[in-house]
Design a protein around this ligand. Structure first.
Ligand SMILES: [Fe+2]
Ligand SMILES: [Fe+2]
Length: 166
């Protein structure tokens, strides 16, 4: 069940507490930030500003790699332990997709830095993998993990995720 407080009606006043899904919300916000950095890179590239595209892409890649490591080193192990799905569960698919994302980021880095013409094809491939990957995390993995934890555990995991560095 979602950790949603029951709606409490009081005399002439309806209190509707916000749903408490802080882990899912924070990680969705991280995806949005990554997608904005990705868009920035390709806007610069479309405008012919290779230097700005390269700078923006470096920031995007660094943030994406950090997000992936945070999931693989902090979030997924917690899920695997609590769900008792260490092998062959949803995280094995997500980890394999992380591998594809990392490979595409590496290829894109080479292409963008050299001003190559294959960047748009690689971008389309990356978007194809990322869109489906993010959807699975946001609709299945994050909420499922959140349901397996107490509020205190969610808060501690979030604090560790926020402090996560390379
Ligand atoms: Fe992921
Ligand atoms: Fe993610």
């Amino acid at each position: 069940m979602w950790r949603v407080e029951p709606v409490r009606a009081r005399r002439g006043r309806l209190q509707v507490p916000a749903p408490r899904n802080p882990l899912t919300e924070a990680l969705e916000a991280a995806h949005h930030e990554l997608n904005a950095l990705e868009a920035e890179t390709f806007e610069a590239l479309a405008a012919g500003d290779i230097a700005r595209a390269a700078t923006s892409f470096r920031a995007f890649r660094q943030s994406a790699e950090r997000h992936i490591r945070c999931e693989e080193e902090l979030l997924f192990p917690v899920f695997e332990m609590r769900a008792r799905l260490p092998h062959g569960g949803p995280t094995s698919i997500l980890r394999a997709e992380h591998g594809q994302i990392r490979d595409l980021l590496r290829d894109l880095a080479r292409e963008i830095e050299s001003g190559g013409s294959d960047a748009e094809r690689l971008r389309a491939a990356l978007r194809g993998v990322v869109a489906d990957h993010q959807r699975k995390e946001e609709t299945i993995l994050y909420p499922w993990t959140e349901r397996l934890l107490t509020e205190g555990e969610v808060d501690r995991l979030l604090a560790r995720a926020r402090a996560f560095r390379d």
